[in-house]
Design a binder for this molecule. Structure first.
Ligand code: 3HC
Ligand code: NAI
Length: 701
């Protein structure tokens, strides 16, 4: 028996237990152990049934993703052998699930004759999130078991369902109380006593969808969201095969479509991000066992755009929040927006009205700073002015308890200067949330020169607890994400001057996979914010023109973006679709002429390269300066904070896959053509010359 799987006898039931921490992935040795367990159970006349359970945290979390890139050298027993052994067993096998049954784990459970789980168990086929599809019969067995109309959305979304929902869907047959092994054994004994037959899902005829147009309609419903992404469309084909083809032919079709996904760049990109999002929480000089402060209460200063959203993250996980504003009016406005957001979520059926009240009930709204005294973490989200921030931090320092974490949500200011306003800079750190803060996953934690390891460990930990993807960055103008974005935006503007129009640039980047291009994004965020910053800088430097005169002129004309019905585009009332506007074209042409540009047609390829390689070149500088710890951290930042297509793995991974030599050559060519803004980053040059990549450490590279 493999040492990753146990076989024990409990009366007339053989118990096969997978022990491959931390998540019981189906690594080499596990399939062999399960097959041997099934054999042992069948060979023992005293045994009447078997149960398959996971030891430790859960059942089985699927294939071992790292093995996709480092396949075992010798021929090993595979998951397919497990499925055959389970399905062919002469004695019933019951899957007993606690924790998670995911991907190949759920597929193994579907090859068992019966399934049960504890109430806290979760079930899902998340392969799509890795750019692949369930390749061990999941797309053929699940539709047979629960029908294609219920199976398809589950597989395409990759969502997990809890045990009660899994029971309702008939994915499992029973929810058991108490310990999973005992519950599954009791269930197996009952099945034997009842003389239950061996239920093999492969023998079920898949029910037909209620409408002939089901698959075509489903495809249409995801067309925009999943544009350019292979796996969801291949999943639709698989489930259609489960309806149209006999089981074995369906399995062959699944294999073919799985292989196509597996060989794709998209799967590489997504698997890179899977590991990158786990690596980013590991800080070399802040080991895992660094003490963390317990965060049971939070205080947030400022209930504006960001403060309200930040508060919601804590409320959503049951952490009480003291929300402090300057005056009652601002406080009421902030509370109203939080309540409105929750009410909308309740209207969509995602939470109940009781949840709304429970979350609102966790807010202690105040206009008195003294109320922050007991908070474990204080997060400042007031106006972006250094003098105000310093005054606020001096006040926090007087009131907050000695071991509180003091965090600032500043997006541009120097965290060290803010920390210096206190007598405890070791407790100060940046927590840079992204707007809308209750939605965006990214959290850039900004390490100050004096931030203690304990402070860092605490904010990385609490970030995860409130559902964010926390990435540790250093101090520089714009930190990682916005600093890179500045170069990308500047290049996009240059493209307008050289010959493109906003819709050309946005269209090319949208087709590349971004949620939206820079001009549509500007209209969404509001052009007036940047305009005010530019005006202030111009006044400070005594300049009469900014580096973005067309944007300035749009604002002069009251075109602030979607909120005023016009910006880089115009908008019909109540509609967010950007419509190209001749007035903007005229402005661009005039400015382009004023700059003496000879306009030319710019290809989609050049637009994508110019925008992406600005990100990459600046990313390389950020890496060399140590502002980001790893290239994969930058990828995580872009995938979670900037609508970067996840299937491309992030900008640095994208560059790796293009090949750094090719990227460097193109950057050098742009440097010759366009000057200083394209000066190649020394790190990019070095890696290109050595034939290396940015992301050398992740299995998905
Ligand atoms: N393969 C390899 N390693 C895995 C893994 C897997 N399937 N699942 C998790 N791990 C590793 C993580 O990389 C991490 O390693 P680290 O500690 O060295 O960073 C460790 O296990 C713990 O993982 P998490 O930090 O993610 O732990 P959580 O408790 O937060 O989450 C989980 C647990 C929900 C199981 C989450 O890890 C997860 O979603 N895993 C992936 C599940 C999945 O996608 N399964 C499908 C795989 S593909 C497949 O099965 C193909 C089949 O159809 C043929
Ligand atoms: P906002 O103007 O919407 O909200 C600021 C709030 O702080 C206002 O409600 C104001 O009344 C309150 N306030 C001002 N002084 C205060 C004080 N002394 N005590 C208590 N409350 C006070 O601003 P927004 O957009 O929420 O920004 C807040 C911070 O978050 C800024 O530092 C900003 O740079 C940063 N940020 C903003 C992002 C955005 O997209 N808006 C994104 C990431 C960070």
């Amino acid at each position: 028996m493999s040492d990753l799987v146990d076989f024990t006898k409990r009366g007339a039931v053989g118990v096969i237990t997978v022990n491959n921490p931390p998540v019981n992935a189906l690594s080499v040795g596990v399939p062999q152990g399960i097959v041997e367990g099934v054999k042992a159970g069948n060979a023992d006349p005293e045994i009447k049934a078997m149960v398959l359970v996971g030891g430790g945290r859960g059942f089985i979390a699927g294939a071992d993703i790292s093995e996709f890139f480092n396949p075992p050298k010798e021929k090993a027993v595979t998951i397919f052998d497990v499925l055959d052994a389970l399905e062919a067993s002469d004695k019933p096998v019951v899957a007993g699930v606690h924790g998670n049954a995911l991907g190949g784990g759920l597929e193994v459970a579907l090859a068992c004759h019966y399934r049960c789980g504890v109430a806290s168990a979760h079930f899902g086929l998340p392969e799509v999130k890795l750019g692949i599809l369930p390749g061990a019969g999941g797309t053929q067995r699940l539709p047979r078991l629960i029908g294609p109309e219920r199976a398809l959305p589950l597989i395409v979304s990759g969502d997990f369902v809890p045990a009660d929902k899994a029971l309702e869907l008939s994915i499992i047959d029973l929810v058991v109380a108490g310990d999973i092994t005992s519950g599954a054994i009791d269930y197996a004994n009952k099945l034997v006593a009842d003389g239950s037959n061996l239920r093999r899902i492969r023998d079920i005829q898949t029910p037909k969808p209620s409408s002939d147009a089901f698959f075509a309609d489903f495809e249409k419903s995801i067309a925009r969201r999943a544009r350019g992404f292979l796996a969801p469309f291949n999943i639709i084909k698989c489930v259609q095969a489960a309806v149209d083809l006999p089981f074995d032919e369906g399995i062959a079709r699944e294999r073919e479509l799985f292989d196509e996904c597996m060989k794709s760049e998209q799967a590489r990109g997504l698997m890179h991000l899977f590991f990158a999002e786990r690596t980013c929480t590991k800080i070399p000089d802040v080991p895992k066992d660094t003490p963390k402060k317990k965060i049971d209460t939070a205080a947030i200063l400022g209930a504006g755009t960001m403060g309200g959203g930040i508060a919601m993250n804590f409320l959503n996980v049951g952490i009480p929040v003291t929300l402090v504003e300057r005056d009652q009016e601002a406080l009421d406005r902030g509370l109203g927006i939080i309540r409105g957001n929750y009410e909308n979520t309740a209207k969509k059926g995602r939470i109940t009205q009781d949840d709304v009240e429970a979350r609102m009930g966790l807010i202690n709204a105040s206009t008195d700073y003294q109320d922050i005294a007991e908070a474990d973490i204080v997060i400042e989200a007031v106006f972006e002015e250094m003098d105000i921030k310093k005054e606020v931090f001096a006040k926090i320092d007087e009131i907050a308890k000695p071991d509180a974490v003091l965090a600032t949500n500043t997006s541009t200011l120097d965290v060290d200067e803010i920390a210096a306003a206190t007598k405890r800079p070791e407790s100060v750190i940046g927590t840079h949330f992204f707007s809308p803060a209750n939605v965006m996953k990214l959290l850039e934690n900004v390490r100050g020169a004096k931030s203690s390891k304990e402070t860092i460990a605490t904010v990385m930990d609490i970030g995860k607890k409130i559902g964010k993807v926390p990435v540790l960055v250093g101090i520089c103008d714009g930190f990682v994400g916005n600093r890179m974005l500045h170069h990308y935006g500047r290049e996009a503007y240059k493209l307008l001057m050289e010959g493109a129009l906003p819709q050309d640039v946005d269209g090319a980047l949208y087709d590349y996979g971004l949620a939206m291009g820079p001009f549509a994004m500007g209209d969404l965020a509001g052009l007036d914010v940047g305009w005010r910053i530019r005006k202030r800088k111009m006044a400070e430097l005594g300049l009469n023109r900014s580096d973005s005169p067309v944007s300035d002129e749009l604002c002069e004309r009251g075109r602030y973006g979607q909120k005023t019905g016009a910006g880089w585009y115009r908008y019909e009332k109540g509609n967010r679709t950007p419509i190209p506007d001749p007035e903007v074209k005229e402005l661009i042409l005039a400015e382009s002429e004023r700059e003496g540009m000879k306009r030319r047609t710019i290809t989609t390829e050049e637009i994508v390269q110019r925008c992406m390689y600005q990100l990459v070149n600046e990313g390389a500088k950020i890496l060399e300066e140590g502002i980001a710890l790893r290239a994969s951290d930058i990828d995580v930042i872009y995938a979670n904070g900037y609508g970067f297509p996840r299937y491309r793995g992030g900008p640095m991974f994208y560059a790796d896959r293009v090949g750094l030599k090719s990227v460097y050559d193109t950057v050098s060519k742009f440097y010759d053509e366009h000057g200083e803004a394209w000066k190649p980053a020394p790190l990019l040059k070095r890696l290109a010359e050595k034939g290396e990549t940015f992301n050398a450490q992740n299995p998905g590279r």
